[in-house]
Design a binder for this molecule. Structure first.
Ligand SMILES: Nc1ncnc2c1ncn2[C@@H]1O[C@H](COP(=O)(O)OP(=O)(O)OP(=O)(O)O)[C@@H](O)[C@H]1O
Length: 802
């Protein structure tokens, strides 16, 4: 499909152009006049449009397209050459010949509210950069089933009882938790932690069951504290009870993770309900937490900031009996800057263990020293540092250490890889086509009922999550709009009634965190969309995660990296990295939300043609098979598959107004989808601002990849105009300004994590009350990003980066 670049605001395939504009309604004389006006190939001399001409055009348009009120529209005859959609400078010839033949109409509100002089409406399919050679080599889809690397063991000897767990606990696991056999890491950890009182470092891939790997031996040993040496527990007085003391503390970096661990722990203690678990993570009144601690607990799950606070201010918290300390997600704890709190906690525990409260009697079966367990999927420098702070002569527990050594894998860092059974792919998608391709991939994924239950889409920043969420839950185009013969007339007209009809849905999206997605759903298969990021209130985050977890209808969760670590969400079949992760480790954590505990899973990352394609190297590094089975997809193929079937309000499907020939209806449907989003964005100032914020934050976030991977993400190579289209924007990138961008918590608080480098209002940093992380932004990252953005983008001020 050629783009003449001159006359059309939007170029449509020849096959789609009807011989003449369709005009309906009104008296035949008016229809005739309107028909003529709409078909006229050349406008009157640009710049000379007088009121009569304008009136004619309005009239024609109003009658021809059934627009209600001409006052809502403004007639624009561009006085200059229309901007080409590849933004290349016009040749002298183009400058002289490329006067627009079609006028465009845009809503007055557009010019009034934002002063934007022009809108750019370009075709999805033209002027897209081509994929480089790197992407040409296609991975082979592996036909043979791959042995899962994180599944429960099938070895007959690998039973929980044979590892040393008590029969009641093993029976409870099987009957109540459907956990029949241990995974490899559980086998190794249970054996070690039941037999030895030495510190341990547990390292295993995502979804391998690390939580039970440390909880089971601790629960078993606390249960054993109740048992008299001569055998069975005889009566309640023999048993551990809430006043017996706090024996174990489990620290996790986020509230979500802490809650998840607490839920598994409570489930486990169903067979030993005299042992009392508790949780202190902030987000509620300190008073209630203090009251809980005063009542007495035996196992405490906490976030480091909150625990450090209670150790300082809650007298009732007696930690002299603590014999097990677990630091879960050690790498994350360090990334989020909890080093200081952890150091403080460890020194207080050491001190209080030595100086017991007068009169307190320790359980004689308590081990003499404390065991500290550090859990992490990676063995990075900062984890090593945490190990130095917290561990002494630690045993390194790794499920397949021996196997890896045999394979010649030497470095500990390299040992972190994706689950073997996880099917990985990448899609090379030009900037302009990103949004529509995402819609196509989701449509396709959910097209067969029951094939995909849950999908997670990772997006770089909170503002972009908000935009994409509201785009997915927007109401389908109303038939008047979608039937309008924009394409037939060869112009795109933006028809927006004064009362902006999208306002209700747009403002709803500010408070909603889940809603059905009309564009992904079909009559017999409703798809629900969810959103999650750290800028949402804690209560929304919790309820959204719960709702997504429990959802029994097919669902898609759009989120930032706030959901990348440790979260165990059931039935996630597919992970899409719409924006590549800011580091290889983060990527492995993200894709690890699927293919857990031996189950199947798929992951796809979106890459733009050009230097981003080099990122495939990072994907390969995370594979045991060195990436030979990573497959690649082409955006057109994905669009074809996603839009091959007509949606409920598809022009080319249902209503049949425009029919593409030659089996390329999918192009029309994809274009319809894109234009629908663009019209919807323009239709409401609220949505327009959200799209612009999303775009701006996204560009900022782009500069925050770790230095080792930054060569794949060259901000200078970004085509900002094309990217704006992926946010449904028709503005020139230079004119996209959002006054008073959301300050974001990071802007008025100290950034925590030295290692975290995500930006754009993403939410993984600090929380006001207790230091529980919600925003991973770091001042350092932001400074770096700003400096880089300023350096790289000549018109940096356009993006309010300063
Ligand atoms: N032995 C087992 N048999 C079957 N399922 C198990 C077993 N152990 C754990 N699971 C399940 O596997 C899932 C993953 O467990 P868990 O969250 O502990 O993994 P993880 O290794 O901590 O992952 P991540 O590194 O992503 O945090 C959970 O749903 C859990 O219930």
């Amino acid at each position: 499909m050629a783009d003449d670049g001159m006359l059309l605001n939007f170029s449509v395939p020849d096959s789609l152009k009807a011989p003449s504009a369709k005009v309906t309604g009104g008296a035949w004389r008016e229809r005739k006049r309107a028909q003529k006006a709409a078909n006229r190939s050349k406008p009157r001399a640009p710049g000379n449009a007088n009121s009569t001409q304008i009136g004619d055009r309005r009239h024609a348009l109003r009658d021809g397209y059934g627009v209600a009120n001409e006052e809502d529209y403004e007639y624009i005859i561009p006085s200059k050459r229309q901007r080409l959609d590849d933004d290349r400078p016009a040749s002298p010839q183009e400058r002289t010949t490329s006067q627009p033949s079609h006028p465009t109409y845009r809503p007055k509100s557009q010019t009034q509210s934002n002063g934007t002089p022009k809108q750019i409406v370009s075709s999805l399919f033209t002027y897209n950069p081509k994929s480089t050679n790197q992407a040409k080599e296609r991975g082979e889809e592996n036909a043979d089933p791959i042995e899962p690397s994180n599944a429960p063991l099938t070895d007959e000897m690998a039973t929980f009882v044979s590892l040393g767990l008590s029969i009641p606990l093993a029976a409870h696991l099987i009957k109540k938790m459907a956990v029949n056999a241990p995974t490899a890491i559980q086998k190794a950890a249970i054996t070690q932690l039941l037999q030895e009182d030495t510190d341990a470092f547990i390292q295993a891939e995502t979804g391998s069951g690390k939580t039970l790997a440390y909880l089971l031996p601790i629960v078993q040993r606390i249960m054993a504290l109740s048992t008299p040496t001569d055998g069975e527990v005889k009566d309640m007085s023999d048993k551990v009870h809430r006043d017996s003391g706090l024996f174990a503390i489990i620290l996790a970096p986020t509230r979500e993770l802490s809650k998840q661990i607490a839920v598994v722990l409570e489930g486990l203690l169903g067979c030993a309900n005299w042992i009392v678990p508790g949780i202190v993570i902030g987000g509620e009144k300190k008073k209630s937490e203090k009251a809980r601690l005063r009542k007495g607990l035996n196992i405490l799950v906490a976030t480091p900031g909150r625990l450090a606070d209670h150790l300082e201010h809650t007298e009732a918290l007696d930690v002299s009996n603590v014999r097990w300390l677990v630091l879960d997600e050690g790498d994350r704890l360090m990334e989020l800057g909890f080093e200081e709190e952890l150091q403080k906690i460890i020194s207080v525990l050491n001190l209080r263990m030595k100086s017991k409260k007068p009169g307190s009697v320790a359980n004689p079966r308590l081990p003499a020293k404390r065991t500290t367990v550090l859990c992490s999927a990676t063995m990075k420098m900062d984890v090593e540092k945490l190990g130095q702070i917290s561990l002494k002569d630690a045993a390194h527990i790794q499920a397949d250490l021996a196997e890896k050594r045999l394979e010649g894998e030497t470095t500990e860092e390299d040992a972190f890889s994706a689950p073997a059974q996880l099917k990985q792919s990448y899609a090379v998608v030009p900037a302009k086509m990103r949004l529509v391709t995402l819609a196509a991939v989701l449509k396709r994924a959910f097209s067969r009922k029951g094939a995909v239950m849950k999908t997670i889409v990772f997006i770089a920043c909170a503002d972009a999550v908000d935009f994409h969420f509201s785009a997915l839950i927007r109401p389908e185009d109303d038939p008047v709009d979608s039937n309008s013969s924009d394409a037939e007339a060869g112009v795109i007209t933006t028809k927006i009634p004064k009362s902006t009809k999208a306002t209700s849905s747009s403002s709803l999206a500010d408070t909603l965190t889940s809603a059905p997605s009309p564009s992904l759903s079909s009559p017999d298969n409703e798809i629900k969309a969810f959103r999650l990021h750290g800028s949402l209130p804690q209560s929304s985050r919790t309820s959204t995660l719960q709702a997504f977890s429990k959802s029994t209808t097919p669902s898609v969760l759009l989120c930032t990296d706030v959901a990348s670590r440790g979260l165990d969400l059931p039935n996630v079949d597919f992970v899409i990295e719409y924006d590549p992760a800011f580091s290889r480790d983060e990527h492995l954590h993200r894709i690890g939300r699927t293919a857990r505990a031996g189950r199947d899973g798929r992951a796809m990352v979106f890459l733009m043609p050009g230097c981003e394609e080099g990122y495939v190297e990072i994907l390969r590094q995370g594979r045991r098979d060195a990436g030979v089975h990573i497959t690649s997809h082409d955006a057109n193929d994905l669009l074809k598959r996603g839009f091959e079937r007509a949606g409920p309000s598809s022009r080319s499907g249902h209503t049949g107004v425009v029919k593409a020939v030659g089996g390329r209806e999918w192009e029309t449907r994809a274009t319809d989808f894109q234009l629908g989003v663009e019209r919807w964005v323009l239709a409401s100032p609220v949505v327009l601002e959200r799209a612009r914020r999303g775009f701006q934050s996204w560009v900022r976030a782009y500069a925050t990849h770790i230095s080792a991977e930054r060569r794949f993400f060259d901000i200078k190579a970004l085509h900002l105009g094309h990217l704006a289209k992926a946010f449904g924007l028709r503005d020139r990138p230079g004119e996209i300004r959002v006054p008073g961008m959301r300050p974001g918590k990071d802007q008025h608080k100290e950034g925590r994590g030295k290692g975290t480098k995500r930006s754009g209002g993403d939410g993984d940093g600090m929380d006001e009350d207790d230091g529980v992380p919600e925003i991973t932004d770091a001042e350092q990252a932001k400074r770096l990003m700003r400096a880089k953005a300023r350096m790289n983008m000549s018109g940096a001020s356009e993006f309010n980066l300063g």
